[in-house]
Write a protein that binds this ligand. Sequence first.
Ligand SMILES: *[C@@H]1O[C@H](CO)[C@@H](O)[C@H](O)[C@H]1NC(C)=O
Ligand SMILES: *[C@@H]1O[C@H](CO)[C@@H](O)[C@H](O)[C@H]1NC(C)=O
Ligand SMILES: *[C@@H]1O[C@H](CO)[C@@H](O)[C@H](O)[C@H]1NC(C)=O
Ligand SMILES: *[C@@H]1O[C@H](CO)[C@@H](O)[C@H](O)[C@H]1NC(C)=O
Ligand SMILES: *[C@@H]1O[C@H](CO)[C@@H](O)[C@H](O)[C@H]1NC(C)=O
Ligand SMILES: *[C@@H]1O[C@H](CO)[C@@H](O)[C@H](O)[C@H]1NC(C)=O
Length: 178
Amino acid sequence: MFASLKGVMIASLFATASLAAVQAEPSNFKLYAYTGRTIGGSPIFYADGLAYAGANSSLANANEVTGVNFTASSDGTWTATPESNVTWSSKVLYISNTTGEVGFTNKGNSSSNIITSGFRFYDHNALLKAGSKMEASWRVKDAGNTVWGLAWGTDDDDSFVPIMLRNVAPVTNASKTE
Ligand SMILES: *[C@@H]1O[C@H](CO)[C@@H](O)[C@H](O)[C@H]1NC(C)=O
Ligand SMILES: *[C@@H]1O[C@H](CO)[C@@H](O)[C@H](O)[C@H]1NC(C)=O
Ligand SMILES: *[C@@H]1O[C@H](CO)[C@@H](O)[C@H](O)[C@H]1NC(C)=O
Ligand SMILES: *[C@@H]1O[C@H](CO)[C@@H](O)[C@H](O)[C@H]1NC(C)=O
Ligand SMILES: *[C@@H]1O[C@H](CO)[C@@H](O)[C@H](O)[C@H]1NC(C)=O
Ligand SMILES: *[C@@H]1O[C@H](CO)[C@@H](O)[C@H](O)[C@H]1NC(C)=O
């Protein structure tokens, strides 16, 4: 079920992304997770090094939780700045290419198990440039009823729900426009 949904969504995204130039990077943005109905545009936030969508109050055991703003550099590194007073001031978004987890690490981390650059937008959708391809295999994984861990996924596991990751806030709330 999720696999077929993803197929349609990503196929159409690829079709357009491969034909046109990727848009200029916004200088300051937030990321929002969208699914059909489950998550209608939930800001991505930081909790103990990982990226989540949903209710930040649900991660009661986390030591550090904060909303994040991002800036993009020309190589597609997305640097997060915390909105709350936490122990760090700047971290970069990563995707683990061993586990698919998405989180935040120190700038310049040269571990070969993480991808920290190549992030782009096409029509406000976050993509990863891998070789000559643009991919958008964003997923969320249930971490409780009201909070979801952001992931980069395969279709092997049905507990990973495909999402669109966008840099625009939901239009239903006028106070949260771009
Ligand atoms: C948690 O989310 C609420 C509602 O979006 C926000 O007002 C609050 O600042 C957030 N807390 C943290 C620690 O980011
Ligand atoms: C985060 O971005 C929002 C809107 O883009 C802005 O209003 C807010 O001041 C920023 N916060 C920080 C801590 O930079
Ligand atoms: C941030 O937290 C540190 C450590 O708890 C504290 O010393 C500092 O005063 C706080 N800064 C602000 C602006 O709240
Ligand atoms: C670099 O990333 C790896 C893989 O996620 C992590 O285990 C390691 O702690 C990170 N190192 C630093 C200095 O952030
Ligand atoms: C992870 O991705 C990076 C960047 O594409 C690559 O250099 C590295 O070899 C990959 N590591 C694994 C374990 O696949
Ligand atoms: C819009 O979001 C703001 C901030 O989260 C909230 O205070 C306000 O009540 C929301 N308005 C509506 C109509 O949902």
